[in-house]
Design a protein around this ligand. Structure first.
Ligand code: SF4
Length: 356
């Protein structure tokens, strides 16, 4: 990858972005908190999905201090459905550090930003350049794709070293001030709407088409080079929708690990037959009086795939290992990860059937 290719591209991207940028809520102002929140929400999530979450979140928690002090259930509810919940737990932890160590204002350098929980190289670069005008790149998959095509570089983008090298090379050509902000957003935008990940890149409307080596060689489909991902691990799970009177059982997951700290419907490893499910509930001590299959569901995480088999059971004993809440409480104020969406919908349907 040649540094001079990047030097040539910088003003082309900045100029293009200044004319072609889409109006998005977080582009209306560059308040560091807003940039931080939008960049965190946008990780692994589409822009159209983020827009309503972003507005709701800022309405409920307009300042970093509000975020630092918010009750966990309210916070999770604001994030419910966005997935990757460690992002929001880290947001709150980082907000607490910002309040205790920086007087409630985000620090203005990438170096200090990287010390905050959940802020890695990419987010630190994005906040530092967009909100503070520092010459810091923010390199994600979109940026890597554009850079690899621009320079016709055949290094494997799945290798962490490649990302580091691209970041370093970009850092050497990065402008400061308003142009740093426009360059970061411009490369992102280019990767999202022109030099797209799936399908043909739109080279005819790309500001780099006169200098892009992959395009000039007619080899855009060769880049970026990416070694195959490891196959996802598949896990079988049995999920229980347990009622005791008018209460439904919920369980809080351990703080660390997948969906850490989130509510879930009680569940156990493996796919159980109806008889095995009844035996399992009996052993748990909930004394089931009925237990019927209530449907299968699948959820795909980045590295794991859950295959769930559900049972709806009436119980006599509300064992203390679970929280027992009314369906209205669960639907109204408990953030359930989208992995359990299918079973949450069953609950919703039961509630609406009852009121009809
Ligand atoms: S010219 Fe085509 S391949 Fe090159 S950066 Fe632009 S869209 Fe991507």
């Amino acid at each position: 990858m040649e540094k001079k290719d990047l030097q040539t591209a910088v003003p082309l991207i900045v100029g293009w972005y200044q004319n072609a940028k889409r109006e998005l809520p977080w582009r209306a102002d560059k308040t560091p908190y807003h940039v931080w929140l939008s960049e965190t929400m946008l990780q692994q999530t589409r822009i159209e999905t983020v827009i309503p979450y972003y507005a709701r979140f800022l309405e409920a928690l307009p300042t970093i201090r509000d975020l630092a002090e918010v009750d966990d259930d309210k916070l999770m509810k604001l994030w419910e459905g966005l997935g990757y919940y460690s992002r929001v737990r880290n947001l709150k932890k980082a907000a607490q550090t910002v309040v205790s160590s920086y007087g409630g204002e985000l620090p203005g350098t990438a170096e200090d930003l990287r010390k905050l929980p959940g802020i890695g190289e990419y987010t630190a670069g994005a906040i530092a350049s967009i909100a503070f005008g520092q010459g810091e790149p923010a390199v994600d998959g979109n940026v890597l794709r554009v850079m690899m095509r621009l320079t016709a570089c055949d290094a494997d983008i799945m290798q962490p070293k490649v990302k580091k090298d691209v970041t370093q090379l970009l850092r050497e050509v990065y402008p400061e001030g308003e142009e740093a902000s426009d360059l970061t957003q411009g490369i992102m935008e280019l990767g999202e709407v022109v030099c797209i990940p799936n399908g043909e890149p739109k080279c005819a409307v790309c500001p780099l088409n006169a200098v892009c080596r992959a395009h000039l060689a007619g080899e855009t489909d060769r880049y970026p080079v990416r070694s195959p991902k490891k196959a996802r691990k598949e896990e079988e799970l049995t999920v229980f929708l347990l009622s005791c009177g008018d209460k439904i059982a919920l369980h809080r997951r351990a703080d660390s690990g997948l969906l850490g700290g989130m509510w879930e419907f009680p569940n156990a490893a493996d796919r159980m037959t109806q008889k095995e499910a009844i035996d399992c509930l009996t052993q748990l001590g909930v004394s089931p009086t009925s237990c019927e299959p209530c449907g299968k569901a699948k959820h795909i995480f980045t590295h794991i795939e859950w295959h769930m088999t559900g049972y709806r059971a009436e119980c006599r004993t509300a064992i203390p290992q679970y929280e027992w809440k009314t369906a209205e409480e669960i639907l109204g104020s408990c953030a359930l990860p989208s992995a359990f969406r299918f079973y949450r919908k069953l609950l919703e349907k039961e509630c609406s059937d009852k009121t009809q």
